[in-house]
Write a protein that binds this ligand. Structure first.
Ligand code: ZN
Length: 87
């Protein structure tokens, strides 16, 4: 798993390598009103793309990879990926 997030300023799918984050153009406008979708993140473990919410970006709730083949759970803290230890 990569340990650092890499912010992409333009949507270039080929550059969405593991740990790459792209903030949505309509961030905050879709999803739950109190925790809207904010960005697309390529899982730092396997590279599967998934939407992350504002609370996940801010490190309040963990991100759980959506891939069946990957069980990555982690927090986003600033530009870092902090692995969540299974409890
Ligand atoms: Zn994954």
């Amino acid at each position: 798993m990569v340990a650092e997030l890499n912010l992409l300023s333009e949507w270039i799918p080929e550059q969405m390598s593991p740990g790459t984050l792209f903030v949505l153009e309509n961030a905050g406008e879709v999803g739950e009103q109190d925790d809207p979708y904010w960005a697309v993140l390529a899982c730092p473990e396997c590279g599967t793309l998934g939407l992350v919410t504002r609370r996940q970006i801010n490190g309040f709730i963990p991100v759980i990879c959506g891939s069946d083949k990957c069980s990555a759970q982690f927090f986003m803290k600033d530009d870092n990926v902090v692995v969540r230890r299974p409890s």
